[in-house]
Write a protein that binds this ligand. Structure first.
Ligand SMILES: Nc1ncnc2c1ncn2[C@@H]1O[C@H](COP(=O)(O)OP(=O)(O)O)[C@@H](O)[C@H]1O
Ligand SMILES: [Mg+2]
Length: 408
């Protein structure tokens, strides 16, 4: 769940820089920006932030008093932005209780780290994670293809990457294709930990601290991945209890949890379907896939409320014996949530290169259709890609300030 930030900034430039810094990091959420010091208190009460960013550009003594008052509200943390590396000014705000003081030119590269360092220090004092409390639970979106080979995994993985790279919220992917998981390969991850290694440690209880070390990060999108076992025979050690607990914990931590499942209905697949807020059934333009989709729809309609069910058609533009998407809608009695075009070249290249097609060729019709699907499932528009900037080394003075505040 995100770290909630409120900012009190004096200029458009400061606003832009803070926004840029925060948009790089999916865990940071800028809940409000105010432009006058007296608006801070109402914003603080409304949003209950973990951290407040304050500009020193409000009359200096005013900012100093503000910082003093705000940082007295432990565990609220305050970071001050100053126009330049003026040691005198920096010292003033540190004395007033700021967790950090950052020159405007260093905000983009340093703010995310600075926020984390400040909150880590609070966590150490409190002994519990502070920024994961009482937030709304996320949504579990389970992808299921009633016939193998229709493209369920390819679409699930690319949808997860589309969400992670374009939405401000944290996103997780769980690969429950336990025998032949593909997420690790599609994302070119070095799969050191998997759901099987988690299962080996599992003794009936699971919390975030127990699960987090088993997640892999997809660096290009920030997606967090619980990978499938590295060998098929390890599938058996993954129990339904573990699956249920893992999904529950992830739902508390992530806004969206995408689950890829195999077409063979195993117990763990049923667990992921039961836990799902939305089930995406992936179908294709062949009679077998459509027949299976129909059977599965009949079954799912008895088990789950129909609002949870979505059907999407993959390779919807391919011409296989004259079957069309609208005929499929008629046969199944549903309207398709998405029609994903076929692009064999891009699908295979992106698999071979280990770069999801939504990142490799975001403009391609295949990628555009997946972005559209991601937006529909997330129920929010998909924004432009969040730029990833290389973090610059902190200047000597900045490092000194950190030393002097006492972390690192
Ligand atoms: N829209 C598409 N265009 C071209 N090829 C696709 C498309 N969707 C899937 N494929 C190909 O189909 C194959 C099976 O995909 P996969 O995601 O593993 O299916 P499933 O998970 O349903 O078994 C892969 O080789 C994949 O590249
Ligand atoms: Mg699959």
């Amino acid at each position: 769940m995100p770290i909630v930030i409120v900012a009190a900034l004096a200029s458009e430039r400061e606003h832009q820089v803070v926004q840029d810094a925060i948009s790089q990091d999916h865990e940071l959420f800028l809940a409000a920006v105010v432009h006058r010091p007296e608006q801070i208190e109402p914003a603080r009460l409304e949003h209950n932030p973990d951290l407040i960013i304050v500009s020193s550009q409000f009359a200096i003594d005013q900012t100093e008093g503000l910082v003093e008052r705000l940082s007295a509200r432990w565990p609220l943390q305050v970071i001050v932005i100053v126009p330049s590396e003026d040691p005198q000014l920096i010292r003033t705000f540190v004395k007033a209780g700021a967790a950090d003081v950052i020159p405007l030119s260093a905000v983009v590269s340093e703010l995310p780290t600075s926020v984390r360092v400040a909150l880590k220090r609070v966590e150490r004092h409190l002994g519990t994670p502070i920024f994961r409390r009482g937030q709304e639970p996320g949504q579990i979106i389970t992808f299921y293809g009633p016939k193998g080979g229709v493209g369920t995994s390819l679409i699930a993985v690319n949808t997860a990457v589309a969400m992670a790279s374009r939405l401000p919220n944290p996103v997780a992917l769980v690969d429950l294709s336990l025998q032949f998981g593909t997420a690790g390969m599609l994302l070119n991850l070095s799969v050191d930990t998997t759901i099987a290694s988690l299962a080996q440690r599992f003794q009936g209880e699971l919390d975030w601290d127990g699960l987090q070390p088993f997640l892999l990060t997809h660096p290009e999108s920030g997606l967090q991945v619980l990978a499938a076992p590295s060998r098929p025979e390890l599938a058996d050690i993954v129990s339904t209890l573990l699956t249920e607990k893992a999904l529950q914990v992830l739902k508390e931590q992530f806004r969206y949890v995408i689950v890829d499942t195999p077409s063979t209905v195993q117990d763990t697949t049923l667990t992921a379907l039961d836990a799902a807020d939305v089930i995406v059934i992936v179908s294709a333009l062949d009679v077998l896939a459509i027949r299976n989709t129909q059977l599965v729809l009949e079954m799912f309609r008895k088990l789950y409320p129909s609002e949870r069910l979505r059907v999407i058609l993959n390779r919807a533009n391919a011409n296989f014996g004259g079957l069309t998407a609208s005929q499929v809608e008629n046969i199944l009695g549903v309207s398709l949530t998405a029609q994903i075009p076929s692009d064999g070249q891009l699908a295979v290249t992106s698999l071979n290169e280990g770069v999801p097609f939504v990142l490799r060729s975001p403009q391609a019709p295949l990628s555009q259709a997946v972005f559209q699907l991601a937006a529909t499932l997330a129920q929010q528009p998909i924004g432009p890609i969040t730029p990833t900037r290389a973090a610059s080394n902190a200047s000597v003075l900045r490092r000194l300030v950190r030393f002097f505040i006492g972390e690192e």
